[in-house]
Design a protein around this ligand. Structure first.
Ligand SMILES: NC(=O)c1ccc[n+]([C@@H]2O[C@H](COP(=O)([O-])OP(=O)(O)OC[C@H]3O[C@@H](n4cnc5c(N)ncnc54)[C@H](O)[C@@H]3O)[C@@H](O)[C@H]2O)c1
Length: 304
């Protein structure tokens, strides 16, 4: 299986390194604009690969040379110093408008995985620009936020994070929410009183806290993206809260939000339908309204 990563910055490079150990990935292509930088990354990764059992071959090149990939992970981005992910919307939409149509033409069978922020709006934009079925375009959604929640709650309850079955859903941003009515620890349903405020706050703010401290986040998102790539490449049918197209009714345009999905060789194999409490339903719609507003700004800037 050939995986191309477009945009070899902090996230793209961390993902490339983490994919060296996935034996289902046989070819890895680094795609970027600064060719000497990505050549350096490719050589470094080849050397690192010699410490793994069956590393992929590593190539590099510009978007115009990225062909015949099975999976394309979009990590390209304009630089930002803002803590608000939506501030990147217009600039990153412009980048997507330049590269997604080219990539789709040259990689007609690829599944697209979107990491770039604001991830929900850009996942929807990728569906529109590529004209692919929505099942073949998935955003990183709240995979990382769910991991942060499980990590913080498992620390508090003193259980292993794997035994916390819980998702953060909605927008990867301010309006995300913990799907409490669907959460369990060791098979026992979680109650609101089981979750201290500091766990909720750290789930929502730790991405921006890390950004404030080191100027980027890369390792955890790389693992989240690797989970998605592994489920597609190995047809593992793992369930994860990726960003996918949802229909919120006539008051909304088609847009993407994070909801639990089964991920396999064809991309999104199933979109699961969570049963929300009335409060969760309101939070879900609030996420929808925020993404719709960002999407409107993107459409206006692109004149579409
Ligand atoms: N979804 C998530 O959970 C999540 C988590 C962390 C970061 N992110 C997002 O991922 C994106 C990347 O973050 P980063 O820290 O790696 O940024 P970065 O600035 O380090 O890297 C971006 C890279 O994109 C490249 N690029 C820009 N335009 C390009 C083009 N036309 N073709 C090819 N490459 C191009 C740049 O040269 C740069 O190397 C950002 O939008 C960030 O907000 C998302």
């Amino acid at each position: 299986m050939k995986v191309a990563i477009v945009g070899i910055g902090h996230v793209g490079a961390a993902l490339a390194y983490s994919l060296l150990e996935l034996e289902t990935v046989r070819e890895l292509m680094l795609v970027g604009r600064n060719l000497s930088r990505i050549e350096g990354e490719a050589i470094d990764l080849r050397h690192a690969g010699s410490f793994f059992a069956a590393p992929p071959s590593v190539s590099y090149g510009p978007v115009s040379e990225c062909r015949d990939s099975d999976i394309i992970v979009l990590c390209l981005s304009q630089k930002t110093t803002s803590l608000d992910r939506t501030h990147l919307a217009v600039d990153n939409a412009q980048l997507f408008a330049e590269v997604v149509p080219v990539l789709t033409r040259q990689n007609p069978n690829s599944i697209f995985v979107v990491a770039t922020n604001p991830v929900d709006s850009l996942t929807q934009l990728t569906i529109e620009l590529s004209d692919l079925p929505p099942s073949r375009v998935l955003g990183a959604g709240t995979v990382i936020d769910s991991c942060r929640f499980r990590h913080a709650l498992s620390d508090h309850l003193r259980v292993h994070p794997d035994d916390v079955r819980a998702y953060v859903l909605g927008e990867h941003g301010e309006s995300q929410f913990i799907w409490l009515s669907g959460a369990a620890v060791g098979g026992v349903r979680l109650e609101a009183s089981d979750i201290p405020l500091h766990v909720i706050e750290s789930t929502r703010s730790s991405g921006t806290d890390i950004f404030r401290l080191k100027g980027n986040t890369c390792y955890a998102i790389a693992q989240a993206l690797k989970l998605m790539v592994r489920s597609i490449a190995g047809n593992r049918l793992g369930t994860m809260p990726v960003s996918t197209q949802v229909n919120l009714g006539t008051d909304f345009p088609l847009l993407c939000l994070a909801t639990p999905c089964v991920v396999g060789r064809r991309g999104i194999e199933q979109v699961l339908k969570p049963h929300f409490s009335s409060e969760e339903q309101q939070m879900w719609l609030t996420s929808g309204r925020r993404v719709a507003a960002t999407l409107a700004e993107i459409h206006q800037s692109l004149g579409v």
